[in-house]
Ligand binder design. Structure first.
Ligand code: ADP
Ligand code: ADP
Length: 229
C-alpha cells in the first residue's frame, strides 16, 4: 500500500536575484511500513525533500499526497493537523525543551493527539524508564535522542521522519539509536525515513535513495538489510 507519493515535485528557493532549485521534478512512492534511507552529500536536497514530506514546506510545483489526499490543497490548518497527528520528527540536535523533564517533553507531544501511546510505555521502549524526571542538560546525547524518539513515537504517527538522527553522536551510540528506530519500524509498523550522509547506514534499509544536486540519482534495493558495521 502506498502511503505517500510525490509526483514531479520541484522546490525553488528565491533569494533576491538568485534562484536555487533544491528539488527538481522528483517522483517517489513510499510504501506503508517501509524503512527508507536517503543518502547524499550536503546540499543535494535531502532536507528539502524531508521538509516537503513532513508538511513543513510546500512544493513549488508537482503533487504531494499522503494517504490519498493532496497536501498542497490541505491549507494551513490542514497542514498543521497533518504535522501534529500523522508525522513524528527526529532532528540531529534533539530539539528538546530544556526546562521540561524527559517525561514532560514526551507528555507535551502526547497531548497533541487524540490517541497517544501511554507515555510510560514509550519511555520504557526507548530504555529511559530510569531517566523520566531528568532534564535534557542532565542527559547524554544518546539519551536526549532517545527522548526525542519517544516524543515522536508517542503520537503513534503513520510517518516518522529523521534528519541526521545520529549526526551528533559517536558511532556506538548512533548504532543503538538506529537499532531503536529499526525496532519501532518492525514492532509498531511505522513508516520511517532516515536522512544521513553516512553511507554504511544504508545497509539497514530495504531501499536506499541517493540524492545528488536536487534529484534522485540512484535507488538501491537491499534483499537482506543488516546492522551497519
Ligand atoms: P541537504 O539536506 O542535502 O544538505 P538541502 O535540502 O538543505 O540539502 O539544500 C538543497 C539546496 O537548497 C542547497 O543548495 C541549499 O543551499 C538550498 N536551500 C535549502 N534551504 C534553503 C532556504 N530556506 N533558502 C534558500 N536556499 C535553501
Ligand atoms: P534483532 O534485534 O531482533 O536480533 P536483527 O539484528 O536480526 O534484529 O535485525 C532485524 C532487522 O532490524 C534487520 O533486517 C535490519 O533492518 C534492522 N536492524 C538490525 N540492527 C540494526 C542496526 N544496528 N541498525 C539498523 N538497523 C538494524
Amino acid at each position: 500500500k502506498v502511503l505517500m507519493s510525490l509526483d514531479r515535485v520541484t522546490k525553488t528557493y528565491i533569494m533576491g536575484e538568485v534562484k536555487v532549485e533544491a528539488l527538481k521534478e522528483t517522483s517517489l512512492k513510499i510504501t506503508e511500513g517501509e524503512l527508507l534511507v536517503i543518502l547524499g552529500p550536503s546540499g543535494s536536497g535531502k532536507s528539502t525533500l524531508l521538509n516537503i514530506l513532513g508538511g513543513m514546506d510546500l512544493a513549488s510545483s508537482g503533487q504531494v499526497s499522503f494517504n490519498g489526499s493532496n497536501l498542497s490543497q490541505a491549507g494551513d490548518s490542514g497542514l498543521t493537523q497533518y504535522r501534529r497527528k500523522d508525522v513524528g520528527f527526529v532532528f540531529q540536535f534533539y530539539n528538546l525543551i530544556p526546562d521540561l523533564t524527559a517525561r514532560e517533553n514526551v507528555e507535551l507531544a502526547a497531548n497533541l493527539v487524540e490517541n497517544p501511546l501511554p507515555v510510560e510505555e514509550v519511555m520504557r521502549e526507548v530504555g529511559l524508564e530510569d531517566r523520566m524526571d531528568h532534564f535534557p542538560s542532565q542527559m547524554s546525547g544518546g539519551e536526549q535522542q532517545r527522548v526525542a524518539i519517544a516524543r515522536a513515537a508517542v503520537k503513534n504517527p503513520r510517518l516518522l521522519l529523521c534528519d541526521e538522527p545520529t549526526g551528533a553522536l559517536d558511532y556506538r551510540t548512533g548504532k543503538l539509536i538506529l537499532e531503536l528506530l529499526a525496532r519501532i519500524n518492525r514492532e509498531r509498523g511505522s513508516t520511517i525515513i532516515i536522512i544521513t550522509h553516512n553511507t554504511p547506514i544504508g545497509a539497514m534499509a530495504r531501499r536506499v535513495i541517493k540524492m545528488g544536486s536536487g534529484s534522485i540519482v540512484e535507488i538501491t534495493e537491499n534483499q537482506s538489510p543488516v546492522s551497519p558495521e
